[in-house]
Design a protein around this ligand. Sequence first.
Ligand code: GLN
Length: 546
Amino acid sequence: MSEKTKFIFITGGVVSSLGKGLASASLASVLQSRGFKVRMRKLDPYLNVDPGTMSPYQHGEVYVTDDGAETDLDLGHYERFSGVSCHKTDSITTGKIYQRVIDKERHGDYLGATIQVIPHVTNEIKDFILSDITDEDFVLCEIGGTVGDIEGQPYLEAIRQVAYDLGRERAMFIHVTLLPYIPAAGELKTKPTQHSVKKLQEYGIQPDMLLCRSQCEIPQNEKKKIALFCNIREENVIAALDVDNIYQVPIAYSHEGMDKQVCKHFGIECEGEPDLSKWERIVDIIRHPEGEVKIAVVGKYMQLLEAYKSIHEALVHGGIANKYKVKIKWVDSELLEKSEPDIYLSDVSAILVPGGFGQRGTDGKIAAIKYARENDIPFLGICYGMQMAVIETMQHVAGVKNAYTTELRSNCEPVVGLMTEWEKDGDKEKRSKDGDLGGTMRLGAYPCVLAKDSLVRKIYGTDKISERHRHRYEVNLAYEKQLNDAGMVVTGKSPDGRLPEIVEIPANKWFIGVQFHPELKSRPFDPHPLFVSFVKAAIEKQQEAK
Ligand code: GLN
C-alpha cells in the first residue's frame, strides 16, 4: 500500500435506507473527476458469510463480481458510478470475518490466546480494510447498517483504530444522517442527527463531515446549529437533498462543496471545479429524451424492486444510449398463470425475463416467453429467463410436453439440468446434488465464444466475450439438435463447447436468452451492448406498431 493512500469511512445514522451506497459511489466518482484514483469497499455487519443465500426480499439483488464474489447491491452502485471493478477483497461480512478467525483458531495460529472481539475480530476487520491496495489515492469504506446496531460495534472500533494507526491526516469519517421535516412545525429537525453523532462519539469516533439527507433546503442557521452541537466545521455540514434521478447525485454533492471539503480535510490543494460534464450529459438525456418506450420485466419479487436493481439500471443505460426514456412495466409472473398474457403485455414493446430460483411464478414466465415468441416481440431472457425460453420452445414448438428443469421436477425431460462439473482457470470445479448451497454456484466471469452470423456476434462486434455468471443449472446440450429443429440456435458456448451460454431464435427479429448476467457490467457511460440493442429493438417495435 502506498503511503499516500487515504481512507474515507462512511457510516449511517438515524434510520436505514438513507442511500449510503449511492452517496459513497457519488463521492468516489466526483473525486475521480478531480483526477484521483479510487477504490470502494463494503463492510456488512450481518452474520451471513455473503448475501448469496439470502432471499431477495431480505436484501435485494446479489451483485456478482468478476472474480466470483456474491456481494451487496451497493457494489453495483460503486461499479456503475466509478467504472472501477470490485473484487472479493472489497466485500466483507461478519460471517466471513468470524469464519477466518475460527479457521485460524483451529489451526493454532493464535498460540494459545483467548480469542476475543477486541483484538482478534477487530484485527481481522482492519486487515481486510488495509488489504489488496496498491496506488489508490482514496479507499472509501462503507459500513453497512446504522450506528448503534450491536453487530456494527466491532466495525466502528476497527475503523477508529485504523484512523489511530494511520493518523487523522490519512483518515476521514463521513456520517450520513437524516433531517426529518415536521410539517406541523414547518421545520427540519436536527435532534436525531445530534443523537446519532453522540452515539458515534461514544465509540471514539468524531465525524469530520455530515451528509444530511433532507427533502428540503437546509437553512444556514440550522447547519450552524448542527455544526456547533456535533463539533464539526460548518462547511462540512453538507446538504444531500432528494433529487429526481440518481445520476444527478454527484453533481449535487459537488455543488454543495463535498469534494472540496474532503480535499481540504486531507490538506490536498484543489483548485477550480471538477469536470462533471459526463454526468451533466447523462442527466440532460434523462430529462429531455427523444421519446419513451415501454418494456415489461416479468419477475416474481415485485414487492421489492431492489431485487432487480442492476436490470433496472442497465435498461436505463440502454435508454440513454438511444436517447430514450425506458418505462419499465413490472409484471408479476404469477398473474400470467391466472389470466391471458395479453392483458398485461399487449401494451409493451419488449419483454425481459430476469434470473430467478424456485417454482413460484415460473409457469407465468414461460407464458410471457411464449407470448413474446409468438408475437415477435423483442425478448431478452437472463439466466433463469434463458433456461425458461429453452423450456418454452421445447414444450410448445418441439412438442416435448414434459420438458422442464430438474431444479423443480426430478421426473421431467431434463432440458435444463444440474451442472456437476465445469472448468475455472484451468481447474475442474465439481458439485453434487447434496452439497452446500452457499457460494457453490458457477460464479463470476467466464469466457464465451459467439457463433458466426449470429445476432449476438453482430451486437457485441466481437467473437469472444466475458460475462458474469450465477447459476447452478444449465441447458442440456443433448437437446441441441431438437432445439435447432424447433428454430432455436445455441449461438454462444464456453470455449470448450461444453456449456451453452446464449440461445437465439433467428426467425424472430430479436429473441435472445443468455445464461449470464449482462446487467452487472452495464455502466451509464459504457452501456452494455445487449441492452442498447434490446432497447433499440423495442423502439423499432413501437414504431412499427404505430
Ligand atoms: N435457478 C437457476 C439456476 O440455478 C437460475 C439462476 C439465476 O437466474 N441466477 O441455474
